[in-house]
Design a protein around this ligand. Structure first.
Ligand code: FAD
Length: 553
């Protein structure tokens, strides 16, 4: 870990004097216990994925001390969370909840407003409250990671029966990832779709002096709904869960999640495609197969360069020139890899007993081979440490960390995502690909991308990998991202999720009918959080106290 003194000193939140802030911190210490309130007034330690800081973003696009916490608090219970909310309202101090804080590529653990007090829920609130093997559901607290859930299932001897779904990296929080509407790669890959029931601490203090806690769905029943909370997500009346995802309307303290039954076997496969232009007809082949569930998991169509980046070696091992790495260089190096030369590679998984898999795999094979030069990879030819097996783990619900390999592409490797959504159509993919390629070429950046097919839509995930110490490169990355966001919006595409630094811009593209959606969100924000203490600015939603006062980026 690299530790340096804070250049700008204690990041006291705006609107409160340092002495008043320190007095407020002392007050919170007396409520929560001194050990559970830690001031961020000395040094900044960068760490890495496993030992990530909870005060700032290790992959910061701006100066690291721009989005930084003044203190971190560690609640141990729902009551503690309520006390923190009450305290924040009393002193008008912004608070920013994280579950684990490994939201890398989207802001890490950093708050949007400098000097916010980070509420690190995961450190102490990390219980798996229930794993129900009859209903295939679980109920978790914020600190439960995909690894922790997986390991507990194995520890209880349920591994043969119950699967989880994990994103590419297993160290994140089940709750944090789901609230970000993150994805994994089994048939249960749409995490938000698979959740059932939230418990939420609301951000204001009621007339009775209490901070409300509510449960959604069946959990709102007088009994707390425990017997049925995880079986039916909707309950009765408006389905409110949505407003607590990608927002700043509440602090989630419990969440129900559905689990996948072991499908009775699985088999991963991969196909390569030789030409750059192959992706468009291939995506048109993928669409009906995915919607009909012949392609059963979140399909990953990765661009050829990604077969090199996942080797985990730096770019300089392949190319020393400036500008995007040329295609001919990529191909020359690919020839030495087990995957071989290709413009695209598709990683998939078939589920079920052999006869069920065989039926689907035969259809997939015939359809994919309509693309001239399509080649099926023989898994037996893939070495044990090849990235192929990481995809095999992830698509069978086994957490992994191998995806971090491509972050090494640059020295002091960091990355930031551009993640627009489009229909699963070749013509749409062509527009996005051409646009992304042009912006990357103009800014001299390597284009690293994959199409992830959810069902009827694709997330195009572009990772701009940059050297976090290289200010000039970060400027180019920002220019590229901002350019792509605006151009994609003009073509009719929007991001499914974005980095803290880009939230205002992305939210601004969802501006149909005179910004009706943001006006509604603002109305909700002002009603639910009148003092504007909870995660101001997250997802472009600013409370009245901050709105149009120069905070937007
Ligand atoms: P947190 O950082 O804890 O939470 C994310 C955000 O949600 C917080 O900043 C906060 O604003 C809000 N939040 C969290 N908890 C609460 C709460 N209890 N109440 C209210 N608000 C809350 N992501 C994917 O989805 N799929 C992938 O396949 C994937 N692959 C990745 C690969 C690499 C190499 C890297 C570096 C990142 C990848 N990511 C991926 C992004 C990220 O690592 C994961 O999404 C990760 O799970 C998010 O971090 P977290 O779970 O620790 O969430």
């Amino acid at each position: 870990a690299d530790t340096t003194p804070l250049a700008r000193g204690l990041p006291v939140p705006q609107g409160i004097s340092k002495s008043a802030f320190l007095a407020a911190i002392e007050e919170l210490r007396s409520t929560l216990g001194a050990d559970h309130v830690v001031l961020n007034d000395q040094t900044i330690t960068n760490g890495w994925y496993m030992e990530h800081p909870n005060t700032h973003d290790i992959m910061s696009l701006f100066d690291t001390e721009e989005f930084i916490a003044s203190a971190v608090v560690y609640p141990g219970s729902v009551t503690d969370v309520q006390s923190i909310v009450k305290w924040a309202n009393k002193h008008l101090i912004p608070i920013f909840p994280i579950s684990i804080g490994r939201n890398l590529g989207y802001g890490g653990s950093a708050p949007r407003v400098r000097g916010s007090v980070t509420v690190d829920l995961g450190r102490r609130m990390n219980r798996i409250l229930d794993i129900n093997v009859d209903d295939f559901t679980c109920l978790v607290e914020p600190g439960v990671t995909f690894y922790a859930l997986y390991e507990e299932i194995q520890r209880r001897g349920l591994g043969d029966k119950v699967w989880i779904d994990t994103p590419d990296l297993g160290g994140g929080s089940v709750i944090g990832n789901t609230l970000e509407r993150g994805v994994g790669y089994t048939p249960y890959g749409d995490h938000w779709m698979c959740h059932s029931g939230l418990e939420v601490v609301l951000p204001s203090v009621g007339d009775d002096g209490k901070v409300p806690v509510m449960r959604t769905g069946m959990g709102a029943l007088g009994t707390g709904g425990e017997n049925v909370w995880q079986c039916f997500p909707y309950g009765y009346g408006p389905h409110n869960d949505g407003i607590f995802s990608q927002s700043n309307f509440g602090i989630v303290t419990k969440m129900g999640m559905t689990l996948m039954p072991n499908p009775g076997g699985y088999e991963s496969y991969a196909y390569t495609f030789p030409n750059e232009s192959d992706y468009a007809p291939l995506i048109d082949i993928i669409r009906p197969l995915r919607i009909a569930n012949i392609l059963e998991n979140v399909a990953q169509l990765r661009q050829g360069l990604q077969t090199l980046t996942v080797e985990g070696r730096p770019r300089t091992a392949y190319y020393n020139g400036s500008g995007p790495i040329p295609d001919a260089v990529v191909r020359e190096h690919q020839r030495k890899t087990p995957t071989g030369e290709c413009a695209w590679v598709y990683y998939g998984m078939a589920y079920g007993p052999p006869h069920v898999r065989a039926h689907k795999l035969a259809i997939i094979d015939a359809e994919f081979k309509r693309i001239p030069g399509c080649r099926k990879i023989d898994p037996a030819s893939m070495p044990e440490d090849d990235y192929y097996w990481s995809r095999d783990h992830i698509a069978s619900g086994t957490p992994d960390l191998e995806e971090l390999r491509w972050v090494n592409w640059m020295p002091n490797g960091a990355h930031i995502c551009f993640s627009p959504v489009s229909p699963t159509r070749g013509a749409d993919a062509e527009k996005l690909y051409a646009m992304a390629k042009r912006w990357h070429t103009e800014q001299g950046l390597d284009l690293m991308m994959a199409f992830l097919v959810g069902m009827r839509e694709m997330h195009l995930i572009i990772e701009i990998v940059f050297d976090v110490t290289d200010k000039e490169m970060k400027k180019r990355a920002e220019k590229c991202l901002r350019g792509m966001i605006d151009e994609a919006a003009s073509l009719g595409y929007g991001e499914y999720r974005t980095h803290l630094a880009l939230m205002d811009q992305v939210a601004g593209t969802y501006n149909w009918n005179d910004n009706a959606l943001m006006k509604f969100n603002n109305q909700l924000k002002d009603a639910i959080d009148p003092n504007g203490i909870l995660a101001p600015g997250r997802c472009g939603i600013w409370p009245a106290r901050y709105r149009n006062r120069g905070w937007e980026l």
